[in-house]
Each structure stands twice: as C-alpha cells, then as structure tokens.
Design a protein around this ligand. Sequence first.
Ligand code: TXA
Ligand code: MG
Length: 343
Amino acid sequence: MPWVTKRFSGDDLSEPAGMLRDGYCVAFPTETVYGLGANALDSEAVQRIFAAKGRPADNPLIVHCCSVEQVCLVARPWQERVQRLMDTFWPGPLTLVLPKQPVVPLTATAGLDTVAVRIPDHPVALALFRLAGVPVAAPSANVSGRPSPTRVEHVMDDLDGRIPGIVDGGPTGWGVESTVLDCSVYPYRLLRPGGVTFEELSAYAEVELDPGMFSETIASPRSPGMKYKHYAPECRVVIVTGRQAAPVIRKLAAKDMVLGKQVGVMAFSEHSARYPHLTVLDLGSKYALQEGASRLYHLLREADALGLDILYVEGLPEKELGMAIMNRLRRAAGYHVIDSERD
Ligand code: TXA
Ligand code: MG
C-alpha cells in the first residue's frame, strides 16, 4: 500500500508507538543502523516488514526488546553463560540467537525454532519500545540488498511512500549492524561480526567463526541471511588486499579509465595521497576504525551518487572492528578480492 510517510522527531514518539501497536511499520534509529520495526508478536505486522523491504521470506528478523524481562517473553536465555553475555554487552550491538518461545510467529524467525534478540543502546529506540509495549521485530531499514541506512535520508531514499512512519534520530553511532552470535550450539558461532568483537566475546565463551562469514557458496543453514548479496551499491566494488594494494589499484584504475569508466577508491585518510588522479572516498583514520565503520555505508551510497562504475577498496586487517568492516566490504564486492602479493 502506498503511504504518505510521516517523519517524527525523537521526542515525539506517541504516534509512531501507536502505529507499532496497531500492526504497522515504523523506521527508528539504533546505535548501529536504522531499523524497520513492527510488532514481533503479530504475524501480519511482521509480514508488512518483508513486503516494504522486498525481503525474502526465508531471512529471519531480529526481535528488539527494552528489558531482559521482555527478552524472556520471546526467547529462553537457557545457560548461565548466555546470561553473562547479556549482563556484559546489553544494551549494545550484540544479537543472540536463542531457543524461541512459542508466542513468536514463525514468520519472524523464517520457520526456525530459534530467535535472534537484542536490546539496543539508543534512548529513542528504547523509549519507542517502552511506549509501544511490545517487542519489535526489525531488520535494517533499507530496501533488501542495499547498504544499511545510517542516516534518516538513507531511510527516506529507500522507503519513502512504502511505510507510514520514520523516527529521525540523527546519524547512527556504530554504522555497521550488530554482531550476531548463535548461542543454540556450543562452541557459540559468530554468524556476523559487528561492534562487539570476536576478541571481546572470546573472553566470555568459546566462539567459532561461521564459514558463511567468508563465502557465499558455503551458505550455512544456521545463518540464512548470509547467503544473500548485501550492502551492495550499483557500482562494482573490488577489494585489493596486501602490501602492494596501492600500485595494483593504480594500475587497474588506469586501465578502467582508458575504457571510459568512472573509477574511485575507498581508503584511509593516511593513504589518500597514494591516489592523486582518482576520486578518493575517505574512510577516516586507520587508527580509529570506528570512524571507518560509521562512514562505510554512507560512502557506498556516495559511490552511486557520484556515478562511479568501479570502486576499489584497500583491504584492512581482519581483527577487532576491522573484521566487521571487511565482512561487509567482501559482501558488497560479491566476494571479489584481489591479493596484490600474488603473481
Ligand atoms: O544492528 C542490527 O542488527 C540491525 C538493527 C536494526 O538492530 N538489524 C539488522 O537486521 O541488521 P537484519 O535483518 O538486517 O539482519 C539480521 C541478521 C540476518 O543475517 C539474519 O539472517 C540473522 O540476523 N538472523 C536472524 N534470526 C536468526 C536466527 N534465528 N538464526 C540465525 N540467524 C538469524
Ligand atoms: Mg540488513
């Protein structure tokens, strides 16, 4: 159904909370990216999310809560170890996959007997959930396959006219989606890296990296969402790793430009001088990866706004937050990675 999308400020939440209670979709800010929410306990409301995003029905949603009591309504935090993770990292960018309670409709979990849950660390999101009085199922508020929205304008670009309401909370903080940890198996499985890092989680429990994190062909049945092409701008993204990344990118870019292509490079501020004749999208300092994470999706959208045909990206070390950034880049690139130190 086409809507005239209403925009609300963060201190004007009674109408959007009413929309959630009535079974409609509302976009809202979190500390990671904007989410597109609906009442998680109402199967019809949940289906409206899938319709607005054009999301495949076999990709389950995260249920957002405002308290641990509410989490227990939808999931079973069945081990002491799980409770320790909740105490340590919530509210925050960590999603836990747990055994589900029967009240959660199978439309929300794509038929799985587990449910992904988190308590976000954002005052507007928490106030909205409290007013609505229901747990809120929410994927990122983008059209399926597009980069996740980190600013309210991104949500408008994708969903204006497709949903009744958007709550404006300014730019989000982390900029990459939450870490997803499957706690229904042990060792726990890291399905998606994010703001809470593998290194941090490993201090509390044994954690394995899910193979689905690194390849689209090894789609893990534990992580249905990982098999879809994601975060992708229209332009082609190519990652170049290793110490020779800059000369290899310069050489490839020169060839592309001879063919009349518009070429750009995404690189850390300290490296921008390596590309004097190219459009450089600045990832911020390599000593402050949080800057890069928070800019990443905006820069991918910017690449399209600039009309780039090809965007080269310097690979970065896959540790701490770098693991999450590389994971999103690899998927935006359709797993196209060139190793500059080979041949
Ligand atoms: O930061 C975030 O997590 C944002 C904000 C809005 O909270 N949400 C978000 O949702 O990124 P979405 O739908 O874009 O990503 C959810 C991920 C998908 O990869 C999905 O497959 C996975 O979580 N997931 C959800 N339920 C699952 C389950 N029961 N088992 C395994 N994976 C699950
Ligand atoms: Mg998403």
